[in-house]
Design a protein around this ligand. Structure first.
Ligand SMILES: [Zn+2]
Ligand SMILES: [Zn+2]
Length: 407
């Protein structure tokens, strides 16, 4: 079997990053023109043009979190990012799914694909390029060029690196039964600023349903029981439900239903990242990405919309139950038509630190808008065992003291 590679081979076109070809494992078998590359850090000015050069010293300007400016890491000079009106508000889903979008809506971008976890992200020259931000393995990555939908909007970083680091340290310090190694790793570990791709969907949903409405009523019931050796007849009231068929139509309008388009974050962590202040989205500009990584979307538009529909269905079911009324509801059939469905491809900012402990990777995420922390953590079984032994000793001592006092 011969695999045909659709990716275009790319030499390094990323400013400030030296790309050195090495022989990938199994490259011959796949006949893929991709090369495994190891990404090495070079000084921004030493290779290729700098994307946003500093007017004072020529270094690369990077986006300064919490501001609307680029800042020079070498000399501190600043440049305001021009405000742009949105060129694309929302895109029509039907047009996009039929592949009839304007050529302007997509772009060719160079991404690196982690050979270990499969995460695809853009390269940055001044963040740590030596390891994957998602799995903490040294970056032996595939450079590939992908045609993908351009992001339309983003939320810029609000929390800076130092604040993210502080939150990480505080979080680790607050952990009970954490291995000591973790504290050392937390101090030494790198934190990367990454924009995570998302889809948002707007839709007008019309749903026809059939089902049952249950109304409760009370009934008086007679029963007998034995009292002093005699059988006595008594009454009591019981609640029963009367079911009757129900059907109808409900209408729901959805705005900005958010779906994560990344597969690099565990679902539980990605789902816990909201809330996001989506009303503050700004039109996409390359400047906001300077100094940060942006992950490429791996959940495509059709799959993204399928996920959005399941999220919407929970609301629709609730609306149907409200429409049926009564004390109980059963939905037997539900058919929903989505009209005027539009979508946006947006980027949302997180700080991520992946740390390896034992043979597992643990991730720590900070929502770079709210500062909310999501972390996976290892447990120190030795500390837990010692604590359990200590607890048993305390109990034994307390019990023996009480017995001595009572004697
Ligand atoms: Zn400068
Ligand atoms: Zn990885």
């Amino acid at each position: 079997m011969r695999a045909v590679c659709a990716h275009r081979h790319q030499r390094s076109t990323v400013p400030g990053v030296g790309v050195r070809a090495v022989t990938p494992e199994g490259a011959g078998r796949a006949r893929c023109k991709l090369r495994a590359i190891s990404v090495t850090q070079t000084h921004p000015s030493s290779s290729g043009p700098v994307q946003f050069p500093c007017g004072q010293c020529g270094s690369r300007l990077v986006y300064a979190p919490g501001t609307s400016s680029l800042r020079c890491p070498s000399c501190g000079s600043e440049r305001a990012i021009p405000e742009t009106p949105a060129t694309i508000e929302e895109l029509d889903l039907e047009t996009a799914l039929a592949g009839r979008l304007d050529a302007n809506a997509t772009a060719e971008t160079l991404v690196v694909k982690c050979a270990s976890c499969g995460a695809e992200s853009t390269l940055v020259s001044n963040a740590e390029a030596g390891r994957c931000p998602f799995c903490a393995t040294p970056f032996v990555a595939m450079a590939l060029s992908k045609r993908a939908l351009k992001p339309h909007w983003l939320l810029p970083f609000k929390l800076g690196l130092e604040e993210a680091r502080r939150r990480f340290r505080d979080w680790v310090a607050g952990l009970w039964f954490a291995p000591n190694r973790l504290r050392q790793d937390a101090r030494a570990g790198a934190i990367d600023g990454v924009y995570i791709p998302h889809w948002t969907f707007d839709s007008e949903a019309t749903s026809h349903y059939t089902g049952q409405r249950g109304d409760d009523y009370t009934e008086t019931e007679t029963y007998t029981e034995m009292e002093n050796g005699q059988s006595v007849t008594r009454t009591r009231s019981v609640t029963r439900t009367r079911w009757s068929p129900a059907s109808g139509t409900v209408f729901n309008r959805f705005d900005d239903v958010l779906v994560v388009a990344s597969r690099s974050l565990p679902a539980a962590q990605a789902d816990a990242l909201p809330p996001w202040d989506l009303p503050r989205l700004v039109p996409y500009r390359d400047e906001f990405l300077s100094g940060f990584r942006a992950e490429g979307y791996q959940v495509g538009l059709p799959e993204g919309f399928a996920k959005a529909k399941t999220i919407m269905e929970a609301d629709i079911r609730q609306a149907v139950c409200g429409d049926i009324g009564g004390d109980h509801q059963k939905i037997e059939s539900l058919q929903t038509r989505h009209d005027k469905t539009t979508f946006k491809h947006i980027l949302l900012p997180i700080w991520i630190s992946s740390y390896r402990h034992g043979d597992r990777t643990y991730r720590f995420l900070v929502n770079a808008r709210t500062g909310e922390v999501q972390g996976e953590r290892p447990w120190s079984w030795i500390k837990i065992a010692l604590a359990a032994v200590a607890a048993v000793i305390v109990i034994v001592v307390v019990v023996s003291v009480l017995q001595a006092v009572n004697r």
